[in-house]
Design a protein around this ligand. Structure first.
Ligand code: GYE
Length: 336
């Protein structure tokens, strides 16, 4: 197997905005391809054996991403997928990658839970001659330890959310609480950075910020704590790093006798179906999209790297943003 690691991380101009541009035929077959255990030590024939270390199943975004990956890495498309979901446990995720290395898979795909701590295991994969492709979240490890990364611009998502908040509420005293994603994860870090920069100099004041771990339950219990500490009347705005936490916050706000979307405005990120429905219902006020349908692009990158072809090292997928009217128009055709 000939490999080519592209080391250049030329961010400027490296955007691959066309989600379908790299799709192979029949990418969305709906087949689950959930092979496990039997990896065939390096893969025989034409089948590419791929170990995929998923974060877990924390959110609607994650379910859509897992489905997209399983459909793209189907047997019909020439893959044997060894799927592992780490339940948001970073040590378990690294152990899964070590398992793929010792099984001798042809390629490893990782959706890294957190940014740090990947140097050793990525070096081990490289030493074993197994290429690694990252999808979704980024890592802080050196770019020559993996062949490609395919995902979203989380900082730009935060910026879009913050710009909308600044335009809507920036001229009035607005007390904001933040529901952060998983601590140490790229989307939690970058969505905070982008948003904070966009609201700088406005009258929006961040009074508290805590992690709800990207889950609905986490968002609900952190919001309950905020309401208890500050009083439901002293919170004007919630910025949630994903829809699931916003949906949890809605439950907490309603339980406290207030009206989400009116008494307390809500901005979130992802634009999964339940979030978009809440936006249409007026309970969320604005959502920035984060496209989870990365499977075809990742499968194309894996095939390219395994075949020794040149593969774009950094591939961004474009995100949209929705207010209520835009959500109403888009919801019937949403794929996730
Ligand atoms: O926004 C969130 C999920 O990494 C982009 O992870 C992903 C994030 C997504 O749990 O819902």
């Amino acid at each position: 197997m000939k490999k080519r690691f592209l080391t250049s991380m030329a961010l400027a101009g490296a955007a691959a905005f066309a989600l379908t541009a790299c799709s192979s035929d029949g990418g969305d077959t709906g087949s689950s391809g959930d092979a496990s255990g039997d990896t065939g030590g390096g893969g025989g024939g034409d089948t590419i054996v791929v170990g995929f270390a998923q974060t877990g199943s924390e959110s609607g975004w994650r379910s859509a991403n897992t489905e997209s990956m399983k459909a793209a890495f189907s047997e019909e498309n020439g893959f044997e997928l060894v799927f592992n979901a780490a339940d948001n446990d970073t040590a378990a995720q690294i152990a899964a990658v070590r398992g793929f290395i010792s099984q001798g898979v042809d390629a490893i795909v990782i959706a890294p839970i957190v940014e740090d701590g990947w140097d050793d295991v990525l070096q081990e994969a490289k030493d074993a001659g197994i290429p690694v492709i990252l999808e979704d979240r980024t890592v802080s490890a050196a770019a020559d330890l993996y062949a490609a990364w395919i995902g979203l611009d989380f900082e730009a998502e935060g910026t879009k959310a913050g710009e909308w908040a600044a335009a809507e509420f920036g001229d009035t005293e607005t007390k904001m609480v933040v529901l952060e994603g998983t601590t140490g994860s790229a989307p939690a870090n970058d969505r905070a950075t982008g948003f904070d920069a966009a609201i700088e100099g406005t009258m929006i004041e961040k009074i508290d910020s805590q992690t709800g771990d990207f889950t609905r339950d986490g968002g609900k219990s952190v919001m309950e704590g905020f309401i208890q500490n500050y009083g439901v009347d002293n919170i004007d705005l919630v910025y949630a790093h994903n829809d699931d936490m916003a949906l949890g916050a809605i439950e907490a706000i309603e339980a406290a006798g207030a009206t989400p979307g009116e008494d307390i405005k809500i901005i979130s990120i992802d634009a999964v179906h339940d979030g978009m429905q809440a936006l249409v219902d007026g309970k969320i006020n604005y959502i920035v999209e984060c496209n989870p349908l990365l499977g075809d692009l990742v499968a194309a990158a894996v095939t390219g790297v395994v075949n020794g072809d040149s593969v774009e090292a950094v591939q961004y997928v474009e995100d949209l943003a929705f207010d209520q009217a835009a959500a109403e128009a888009a919801l019937p055709d949403r794929k996730y």
